[in-house]
Design a protein around this ligand. Sequence first.
Ligand SMILES: O=C(CO)[C@H](O)[C@H](O)COP(=O)(O)O
Length: 208
Amino acid sequence: MKLQFAMDTLTTEAALELAAAAAPHVDILELGTPLIKSAGLSAVTAIKEAHPDKIVFADLKTMDAGELEADMTFAAGADLVTVLGTAGDSTIVGAVTAAKKHGKGVVVDLIGVADKPKRAKEVVALGAEFVEMHAGLDEQAEEGFTFSTLLRDGEASGVPFSVAGGINVSTIVAVQQSGAQVAVAGGAIYGADDVGAAAAELRAAITD
Ligand SMILES: O=C(CO)[C@H](O)[C@H](O)COP(=O)(O)O
């Protein structure tokens, strides 16, 4: 299982610092949505130039203009971009068209989708590389939030999936056991006093 580090910070400088500390222990460096909104696509280019050996993931959360948004982000250096599962099929197909042009991939983020296994199958049939079983930061803070639903939905989907939703060192093993291809961790790494050690600890808890 791959480990993805979601850098939910606001400046390119902070992201470069986080990436430098965590890179030896992670496979995928994610530029979080707030970072891209704050710093722009130049942040994507900066991370790819600093870490050409890593998969650079731009969490665009595209809802419309799929081909345009994906095309300009791949041109900036991203290897993977996200489109929302709640977007129309034509938006997902547009992003997939741009991905094929660049030899890159589209991940569909199922945040806010009620029937995640059903939508997962649909979007992979449309050309998505994999789906993200995702409970966002707001949902994680809601009363009654349960992480295990994401794992059940992933298993039920029958397609390649990642999991994101506050993963930490005590939950990452269950993520791997669910059959996920990728575990996404944000706060558990960037919120730690020692970012490199936190990433290393997550890496040590899983197998390739
Ligand atoms: O995309 C996101 C929020 O929309 C986060 O990057 C994702 O949820 C991972 O961060 P965390 O592990 O802190 O939940």
